[in-house]
Design a binder for this molecule. Structure first.
Ligand code: SF4
Length: 326
């Protein structure tokens, strides 16, 4: 299927200042990643905090410009942020943020904020905007009297519904959902996820779903990319990855998902935190935490290699692991 949005060989490098007068040290937040998402489908992006998944989302939205590589939307290179071309394209690409209270303006009613993108993009006349607002409230399960309130007067689940309605207002082709339910109770999470996937299916919206919660990612994704220290280390079909992950980092993440009954994978506890991206280990960046690391892993960086089942894995020992689990 022709992708709606692609990131090809994309890197984003920040400068981390050391000391008051120190020169900035390059911090590769995203390092040479290639991902795409097709219309109506969901790409799940998972990894620990600081792995580059939120920066990937910002690159996909065009909020950041890659230092190398390119982002294309509907076949055209993403225009620079804040230009007129980007602003007009923005209606097709919307963000569903993690923190709805932070994303909403406390001084405006929820209804005013849901309708705001229609005004910004000049969509419809007053009557049409009112009709559109009513339809959006209905889509996300908010009543008109709830929308007439201010954000702090709503529950966390209601605020997340409001943020989703605002993101849907311009009928976007792509939603980037950055930890959209991580601040919600588990019971509310399920409601919001079901609503999100129903709306996606009804409207053919593509999604990039960013989360550290693999259980949720598995539920919503058609393809999954596991990121570690700015790079994709395993990518492919969620069923294959969640049933039998090949990269040791992906194995550790999957082994931590709570499951009823006996586990297929023994629980793997990762030691330590991810290294500082400004001080990336030589060879495989995961080697300081990998119980399977060899001398080769300490000096030679593994490439992201396509496998017969369509997955891509960046590990020198992926073949051994595949044979062992066959
Ligand atoms: Fe572990 Fe080596 Fe594979 Fe890296 S390349 S994940 S260190 S086995």
């Amino acid at each position: 299927m022709i992708p709606l949005l692609s990131l090809d060989g994309v890197s984003r490098i920040y400068r981390q200042r050391r000391g008051l007068l120190g020169r900035g040290v390059p911090l590769r937040a995203v390092d040479d990643i290639s991902l795409s998402v097709a219309p109506g489908l969901t790409l799940g992006v998972v990894g620990e905090s600081g792995c580059g998944k939120s920066t990937t989302g910002r690159l996909a939205l065009g909020l950041e410009t890659p230092d190398s590589g390119r982002v294309t939307f509907r076949g055209a290179v993403m225009p620079p942020p804040d230009g007129a071309e980007w602003r007009s394209q923005r209606r097709h690409l919307q963000l569903v943020p993690q923190d709805p209270l932070g994303a909403l303006d406390r001084r405006l009613t929820v209804a005013a904020q849901i309708a705001e993108p229609l005004l910004i993009h000049g969509i419809g006349n007053r009557g049409e905007r009112e009709d559109r607002l009513a339809a959006l409230l209905n889509d996300v399960g908010l009543r008109a009297d709830q929308a007439a309130r201010y954000p702090h007067e709503l529950s966390g689940g209601q605020r997340q519904r409001a943020v989703l309605a605002r993101a849907l207002a311009t009928s976007p082709a792509l939603l980037v959902c950055d930890e959209p339910v991580s601040a919600l109770d588990v019971s509310i999470q399920a409601q919001v996820i079901n609503m999100l996937t129903d709306l996606q299916a009804a409207r053919g919206i593509a999604m990039i779903f960013i989360s550290h919660d693999l259980k949720v990612v598995r539920q919503v994704s058609h393809e999954v990319a596991v990121m570690y220290l700015g790079r994709v280390v395993e990518q492919g079909d969620p069923d294959a990855i969640f049933a039998d992950p090949l990269h040791p980092y992906a194995r550790a993440l999957v082994s931590a998902i709570p499951v009823p009954g006996p586990r297929r994978l023994p629980r793997i506890v990762l030691s330590g935190d991810p290294p500082n991206p400004a001080d990336r280990p030589a060879g495989c960046a995961f080697h300081p935490r990998c119980s399977l690391a060899t001398a080769q892993c300490r000096v030679e960086e593994p490439g992201l290699i396509a496998r017969a089942d369509g997955r891509r894995v960046a590990c020198h020992r992926a073949d051994e692991l595949a044979r062992a689990s066959a």
